[in-house]
Design a protein around this ligand. Sequence first.
Ligand SMILES: NC(=O)c1ccc[n+]([C@@H]2O[C@H](COP(=O)([O-])OP(=O)(O)OC[C@H]3O[C@@H](n4cnc5c(N)ncnc54)[C@H](O)[C@@H]3O)[C@@H](O)[C@H]2O)c1
Length: 355
Amino acid sequence: MKKTILVTGGAGFVGSNLCLKLKEKYPGYSIIAFDNLKRRGSELSIGDFQKNGISFIHGDIRNQEDILAAGEFDVLIEASAEPSVTAGLVSDPTYVINNNLYGSINCFNTCLKNKAILIFLSTSRVYPIDKIEHASFIEENSRFSFGNDQYCEGISKEGISEKLSLEGARSFYGATKLASELFIQEYAAFYGLKASITRFGVIAGPRQMGKTDQGVVTLWMARHYWKQPLKYIGYGGTGKQVRDILHIDDLIDLVDLQIHHIERFEGKIYNAGGGKPNSVSLCEMTAICEKITGNKIAIASELQARQADLRIFITDNSRIEKETGWKPQRSVEMVFTDIFNWIKGNERQLGTILK
Ligand SMILES: NC(=O)c1ccc[n+]([C@@H]2O[C@H](COP(=O)([O-])OP(=O)(O)OC[C@H]3O[C@@H](n4cnc5c(N)ncnc54)[C@H](O)[C@@H]3O)[C@@H](O)[C@H]2O)c1
């Protein structure tokens, strides 16, 4: 059956990849990208949408009338947000709260009007910072890793699972996402909204307009590509902090499954990330970028960690892999290679944004 899919934040990194790949896989579907173009670089997606038969609506999710202008749809993928974890930490948090919480509630209401299903992209940042920072860790040659004996449920050598307690502060970004999750559960219980909620770790790949506060993988590759300096910030300043990286195409495989089998995801909340096999430290990222670009750059050290930063985050994918069959298929090296090729193929256009 043909579907109409509305992607809010459709011109951003995750949204534009979803629009383009879903249209390629399901040419008969109507795909509508909806975006206020707040993120620098999102405007570049519009040309790609025109070439690929994807409609574009310039609108803001904070304004319900803008979303209603999209007309009827079967699926709404909520991929708009202010995605920076530092948003609202040193300045007024009103913007991130209005955008990520009130804006997403407008999306939920529009789903109800259309009897549409909702695919909600949540974040690993819903987990409290202190809980993760108190985990026992081992310092290895090029990275930190979680120790064998942990002090609480939800943290293990495999990473952070859905069992980790939600008690504690998590950043305004994380709080808006957690609050949205809670509202989705209310909408599901009392209004019958069919929804999937997935807590993603770091997602990376082509089309991400990486900057210092968000999109570290693109940032690292771009700085190597254009031979510009970088810094290891915090945790001793040696670049041993670790994240697991999910290739954007693995996210698309999961969202595709959610669109077509929402019943497997309703009423559940899953973590999804690259997982331990796809985890990497900053200094290991440097080695990968040096190998791919052939360039070596200056990397300074700053001892003071940034607010809301984490020494290690690795997604424990056990539950989603066991219950849904989804599993990341693409390696960290592939993520970096794909970003390198994207930058190389669009060097002039991207230079004005990523440099
Ligand atoms: N990138 C990651 O590593 C990651 C990890 C976990 C979850 N997520 C979630 O995935 C979603 C997409 O993130 P992304 O990395 O593509 O971010 P992005 O910044 O690249 O894309 C977000 C898009 O939303 C648009 N936007 C922002 N506010 C809007 C508004 N009020 N109305 C309409 N459009 C608006 C922006 O212009 C941008 O194009 C977000 O909900 C984010 O929280 C991302």
